[in-house]
Design a protein around this ligand. Structure first.
Ligand code: NAI
Ligand code: MG
Length: 344
């Protein structure tokens, strides 16, 4: 995906619900100021679509992402009731977004742990999330037993492992830790471990490979998180450990996430639409801005991604300008202004 520096890159922009439009406006302004090459196609999803009697994930939005293969998405409120499926799950399935990537970095020192820098690469389509999950009646009890099956394929394991090692190489990371439970779930997570170790051989001398059983990894993350660099794991373990890592670095407030497929990639903040503060002008735009920095990396503009990350660091630490959720008093507009000064 090599792009010359001047070629505009079409990208879908979904402002989303709640605080979405406020933080998207801030992020778009900062991206414009650093000269990000995105040519935005603004599309609806979530409650803003439902308000116009559309599906929460309208067809034009899907068509746009199919065309651009790249999206920055504000948080979406999943309508409660009415049989709506989670929009995020629908997007993941529709575009086969097999890799969920969540960096966990200490951005504000003085918390429980300083200098943490871990990237979680989670398989996003297989494992125990495939939905083979049902009850079996026993005697008069319709829920007499519950059965769940997970599916991990060789191809799926290979694809996510390759993504993790390529990510490590591209971002100058030294180690990938494969996390599994192959001592008990011998087939289900054994195939994942075996396949990931095969892929690791191709990176010998470039990326160190390590492996951990998931329960030991959970403990090690608390005892000595600095030993981890990139963590590669299956869907459910990744779900659990990524929240653990977010907890180590002070919660979800600054956390970005990426969902990556072969033909599309969608970048977003980990937090939701924050209806309690929507419209008040006090939302923190930095999680979504960090997601936008990942999007710049993804289109091979690490230079711009790094500039955005540097500006975030300077605004938070040097300028000490922070929104309420980070213990400060600044508004979204004030944080945006400070960022714009820093990227000039
Ligand atoms: P939430 O993340 O929206 O809010 C939790 C708390 O964090 C609230 O007090 C909120 O004010 C605060 N917060 C979140 N983001 C903030 C920001 N950028 N700046 C300052 N404060 C912030 O989680 P909640 O309330 O559980 O969910 C609200 C809605 O968002 C629900 O409809 C949920 O389904 C949806 N959601 C969507 C996600 C997505 O689109 N990726 C992810 C998580 C939730
Ligand atoms: Mg989760």
């Amino acid at each position: 995906m090599t792009q010359s520096h001047s070629t505009p890159i079409p990208a879908t922009l979904i402002p989303g619900d709640g605080i979405g439009p406020e933080i998207v406006k801030s992020v778009v302004a900062v991206l414009a100021a650093v000269g990000a090459p995105f040519a935005w196609d603004v599309q609806k999803a979530g409650m803003s679509a439902v308000a116009e009697s559309l599906d929460p994930l309208p067809e034009p939005t899907l068509v746009s992402i199919r065309r651009t293969g790249l999206a920055l998405k504000g948080p979406l409120t999943t309508p409660v009731g009415g049989g709506f499926r989670s929009i995020n799950v629908r997007l993941r399935e529709e575009f086969k977004l097999y890799a969920n990537v969540r960096p966990g970095q200490t951005l504000i020192p003085g918390g429980r742990y300083d200098n943490i820098d871990i990237v979680m690469v989670r398989e996003n389509l297989e494992g125990l999330y495939v939905g083979f999950d049902h009850y079996i009646p026993i005697d008069n009890d319709p829920h007499g037993a519950a059965i769940s099956s997970g599916v991990n394929t060789r191809a799926g394991s290979r694809r996510i492992a390759r993504y993790a090692f390529e990510y490590a190489v591209r971002h100058g990371r030294k180690k990938v830790t494969i996390v599994h439970k192959a001592n008990i779930l011998k087939a289900l997570t054994g195939i994942f471990l075996e396949t990931a170790l095969e892929i690791a051989k191709e990176y010998e001398g470039r990326v160190v490979v390590d492996e951990r059983i998931v329960d030991a990894c959970a403990m090690q993350l608390v005892l000595n998180p600095w030993q981890f660099d990139v963590i590669l794991t299956t869907n459910l373990f990744g779900d659990i450990l990524s929240d653990e890592i977010a907890g180590l670095v002070g919660g979800l407030g600054l956390a970005p996430g990426a969902n990556i497929g072969e033909h599309a990639a969608i970048f977003e903040a980990v937090h939701g639409s924050a209806p309690d503060i929507a419209g008040k002008g006090i939302a923190n735009p930095l999680a979504l801005l960090s997601a936008a920095a990942m999007m710049l990396d993804h289109v091979n503009r690490l230079d711009l991604g790094n500039r955005v990350r540097q500006a975030i660091h300077e605004v938070l630490i040097t300028d000490g300008i922070r929104t309420q959720d980070l213990g400060g008093k600044a508004t979204t507009a004030e944080v945006t202004e400070a960022l714009l000064k820093r990227v000039q």
